[in-house]
Design a protein around this ligand. Structure first.
Ligand code: SAH
Length: 455
C-alpha cells in the first residue's frame, strides 16, 4: 500500500487554504489535499480524517480553532451534509465574489480568454426562500413516511423540514402532504428492495400567482384512494390547484417516469414572468428562482439590443419564456425544445398572451438549426439556454453559418460555457460581455449571460 501523509481516523490541525468549487475547504498536508466540509479559507481547525483516497482525502471538523471573518452563522448543519446549501456558511457578498472568481478562472483556463472582464454577479437582496420547486425523496424512518434530503454521495435520508432556500410555502406544503400521506398509510418506497410505493413528492409554486402543483411519484400505477388523498391535499392547502400522479416503475435515480395522470384539478399551474402569464406542466423546465430569472432575462434582452426588424431564435426554449417575453419588440421568434410537453406549453403560452409572431418546434436544436439553414431562414439574434452539458459542437457550427449579428448565451455551467465560447471564437464570434446573475444563492451553482458578436 502507498504511503500517504495522513491515515484514516487520524486527528490533526490544519490551515484552510482555499475553497473547492463544491464549497469544501481545502487543506494541504505535505502536498496531499484534504477536503473539509464547513470550513473556509484562512481558518484553522482540528480535523479528523474520514477517507484517504489516491489523490486526495476527506476530513471533518472536530473543533474550529480560528474562524474566518467571512463566515456567517450556519442556519442548519443538514444544509451542508445534504449539499442543499453548500455555501450557507459563507457570507453572501463573499459567495458572489467566489462565483465571479470561478467564471474568471474557467474563461482564462478553458476558453483562453484571460483578457475578458467578468462583471460582478447580480445578487439577491434576500438570498434565501427563493426556490419555486422542491423534489423531495421520502423514506420510511422509525416506521413513518419521512421527508428530507439525501446525505451527499449517498441515499441515506436526512429528515429536514426547513429547507431554507425554498419558498417557505413549499416547506409548509411538504409537511402537510407528508402528514396526509401518513394518515392514509401510504407506504414509502424502499430503493434497495425496490418495494413500497411513494418515491418522491415534487412541489411547484408560482412565485407571482401562488398556484401550487403537487406531484406524487409512485412505483406502481394503482394508487389506492389516490383521488381522495388529492382532494384532501387541496382542502388542507387551498393554493394547490393541481395534484398529479407520476409513475416511475424503474430502478433509477431519475425522479419522474414517463406516465402521469391528474388526480385533482388542472394538469399545469400558471405563473407570471415580466408581466406575461405562463402555464407550466409537471415535466416542463421552469427556472427555479423567478425573481432573479426576471433580472437574468432583462440583462439578456438588453445585451441583445433588440429592434423591430430582428428575427430571433429561442433555442432550448423550455415553455417559451424567453421568446414570448421579448416577442413584442421584434419581427419574429422561432424556437425549439426537445420535450414535447414543454413545446405544448410554449404554444399555449403564446396564445394566452396574444403573441402571434412566435413559432415553437419539437426537436433538438442541433437537428433543427441545419434545417433552418437549408430553408434560408436568417435570424439576426440567437438566444441559447442549454442544460449543464452545454451546446453541441455541430450546433455551434451551423449557428455560425447562419451568421446572426449577435448570440446571447445563457449558461448554468461555466465550464461548458467556456468550452463553447472557445468554439464560437474559432467561428469568428467574439465574447463581448459576461454577466453572472445569482440564481442559486447559498449553493455553488453559477448562472451567466454572455454576449457574442460577429467579428
Ligand atoms: N429557455 C428556457 C429553458 C432553459 S432549460 C427557460 O429559460 O426557462 C434548457 C431546456 O433545453 C430544457 O427545457 C431542455 O428540455 C431543453 N433541451 C435539452 N437538450 C436540448 C436540445 N438538444 N435541443 C433543444 N432543447 C434541448
Amino acid at each position: 500500500m502507498k504511503n500517504y501523509p495522513v491515515k484514516k481516523n487520524q486527528e490533526l490541525e490544519v490551515d484552510i487554504l482555499d475553497l473547492s468549487h463544491e464549497g469544501n475547504g481545502i487543506a494541504k498536508v505535505d502536498g496531499y489535499l484534504l477536503f473539509i466540509e464547513n470550513t473556509l479559507p484562512n481558518e484553522r481547525a482540528l480535523v479528523k480524517v474520514l477517507k484517504v483516497g489516491n489523490k486526495f482525502g476527506f476530513a471533518k471538523v472536530m473543533k474550529l480553532l480560528q474562524a474566518s471573518p467571512d463566515r456567517q452563522e450556519l442556519p442548519n448543519e443538514a444544509l451542508l451534509r445534504t449539499g442543499i446549501a453548500p455555501l450557507s456558511h459563507l457570507s453572501y457578498d463573499k459567495q458572489l465574489a467566489f462565483k465571479q472568481q470561478q467564471v474568471e478562472n474557467v474563461l482564462a483556463k478553458i476558453a483562453k480568454l484571460p483578457e475578458i472582464t467578468v462583471n460582478a454577479p447580480i445578487g439577491m437582496e434576500k438570498p434565501f426562500g427563493y426556490r419555486n420547486k422542491a423534489q423531495i425523496p421520502v423514506q420510511k424512518i422509525h416506521g413513518e413516511l419521512t421527508t428530507g434530503f439525501y446525505r451527499k454521495n449517498s441515499h441515506t435520508l436526512v429528515p429536514i423540514e426547513d429547507f431554507y432556500i425554498q419558498d417557505p410555502n413549499i416547506d409548509q406544503a411538504i409537511i402537510k402532504v407528508r402528514d396526509i400521506l401518513q394518515r392514509f398509510n401510504v407506504k414509502a418506497y424502499n430503493e434497495e428492495a425496490h418495494e413500497g410505493f411513494l418515491r418522491h413528492i415534487v412541489v411547484r409554486r408560482g412565485h407571482h400567482s401562488g398556484e401550487m402543483m403537487v406531484v406524487l411519484v409512485t412505483r406502481k400505477p394503482k394508487f389506492f384512494k389516490g383521488e381522495e388523498i388529492a382532494e384532501v391535499i387541496h382542502e388542507e392547502i387551498p393554493e394547490v390547484v393541481s395534484v398529479i400522479q407520476n409513475i416511475n416503475e424503474e430502478k433509477t435515480n431519475v425522479i419522474m417516469g414517463e406516465f402521469e395522470r391528474v388526480l385533482y384539478g388542472k394538469s399545469s399551474i400558471d405563473d407570471q414572468l415580466l408581466g406575461k402569464t405562463f402555464q407550466i406542466s409537471a415535466k416542463s423546465f421552469y427556472q427555479v428562482n423567478t425573481a432573479q430569472t426576471e433580472v437574468l432575462y432583462q440583462t439578456a434582452f438588453k445585451m441583445a439590443q433588440l429592434s423591430e426588424n430582428d428575427v430571433v431564435v429561442d433555442a432550448y426554449a423550455g415553455i417559451g419564456t424567453i421568446g414570448i417575453s421579448l416577442a413584442d419588440r421584434v419581427k419574429e421568434v422561432l424556437g425549439m425544445e426537445v420535450i414535447p410537453e414543454a413545446v405544448n406549453d410554449a404554444k399555449a403560452n403564446a396564445k394566452r398572451n396574444g403573441v402571434e409572431n412566435v413559432h415553437y418546434f419539437i426537436g433538438k436544436a442541433e437537428k433543427i438549426m441545419p434545417q433552418w439553414l437549408r430553408e434560408g431562414i436568417q435570424p439576426t439574434v440567437v438566444f441559447v439556454d442549454p442544460p449543464r452539458k452545454g451546446l453541441d459542437a455541430s450546433f455551434i457550427e451551423t449557428t455560425a453559418a447562419v451568421k446572426p449579428e449577435r448570440i446571447v448565451y445563457i449558461s448554468c455551467n461555466p465550464a461548458t460555457l467556456a468550452r463553447d465560447l472557445a468554439l464560437f471564437a474559432e467561428e469568428g464570434y467574439v465574447t463581448k460581455e459576461v454577466q453572472p446573475v445569482d440564481l442559486f444563492p447559498q449553493t455553488t451553482h453559477v448562472e451567466c449571460v454572455v454576449l457574442l458578436e460577429r467579428g
